[in-house]
Design a protein around this ligand. Structure first.
Ligand code: FE2
Ligand code: FE2
Length: 271
């Protein structure tokens, strides 16, 4: 099975480049399953039900998120619309699994792609972030109830050490641990010794001429004077950051992980 995981989709520029480039990426990389982090889809802050539906219509199977999930309050109603249907769009949008257990939404999705069963787990880190439940032990608990071999973990976290630690902790237990949240892609993709594909951060899908998606003058100004400022999405140098994971669906072991970074006209921007 070949999995495409797209890093944090940021605002309209991010959504547009996904719409433009996804069909080619799916064809060129023979993709079977598409997962994307959508926490910044709505002008950088959160995701609305309509935007989630639009992203699903492009062919994305599961959307993950992170600390921005509650920015658009209507997403709470969307989560509650799942109404017992385990595969409805609102069930295929995840929030981190290690949030307080009684919050709306789910942190795990289990589905099938053709004959192949798979699971997606969304977690959030605790270093330089809000104090949520332990993502390591939470994963142990979740894995007890998963039957599928193919399991992808989106670890939405700030600290490289915490992300690498979870990669090692889950090596051999899941197909892939991919990092999100920093919006900066790392060049450390590899398959760990027991068959888990790993990357510290997939990077952002959005405008790279700002500061992690926001207009640069606003963020630079914030660092200079520390006055309150309303952040607005940047717009130029739009890139799509993703990884392609190839795995043996019978064992769940990853064979390879490859970084992808394409520009608006499909240019390969990895170099
Ligand atoms: Fe993000
Ligand atoms: Fe985030």
């Amino acid at each position: 099975m070949r999995i495409l995981f797209i890093g944090d989709i940021f605002g309209r520029p991010g959504r547009n480049i996904v719409k433009d480039r996804l069909p080619t990426l799916v064809k060129d990389h023979s993709i079977d399953l598409i997962i994307a982090n959508g926490e910044n889809s709505a002008a950088g802050f959160g995701i609305t039900p309509q935007l989630a539906e639009e992203l699903f219509e492009l062919g994305i199977d599961v959307l993950t998120s992170g600390n921005h999930i509650w920015d658009k309050r209507e997403i709470i109603d969307f989560f509650q619309m799942a109404d017992g249907n385990p595969h409805s769009p609102s069930r295929r949008l995840l929030r981190p699994a290690n949030y307080a257990p009684d919050l709306p939404g789910y942190g795990i999705y289990q589905g099938r792609k053709g004959e192949i069963a798979y699971a997606v787990i969304n977690l959030q880190g605790r270093v330089f972030m809000a104090s949520n439940d332990d993502p390591f032990r939470k994963t142990d608990l979740l894995l007890k109830d998963i039957q599928s071999k193919v399991i992808l973990v989106d670890f939405h976290a700030e600290a490289t050490s915490e992300k690498i630690s979870l990669g090692w902790y889950l090596d051999g237990k899941v197909t892939a641990v991919v990092g999100t949240h920093t919006h900066v892609p790392t060049a450390d993709e590899r398959v760990l010794p027991n068959g888990t594909a790993y990357i510290t951060d997939v990077g952002m899908t959005g405008p790279f001429d700002g500061v992690i998606g926001v207009k640069k003058e606003l963020v630079v100004g914030k660092f200079l004077n520390n006055m309150p400022v309303r952040f607005e999405a940047a717009s130029g140098d739009v890139r799509l950051c993703a990884v392609v994971i190839d795995c043996d669906e019978r064992t769940g072991r990853a064979r390879s992980i490859e970084r992808v970074m394409v520009g608006e006209r499909g240019l390969d921007l990895r170099a």
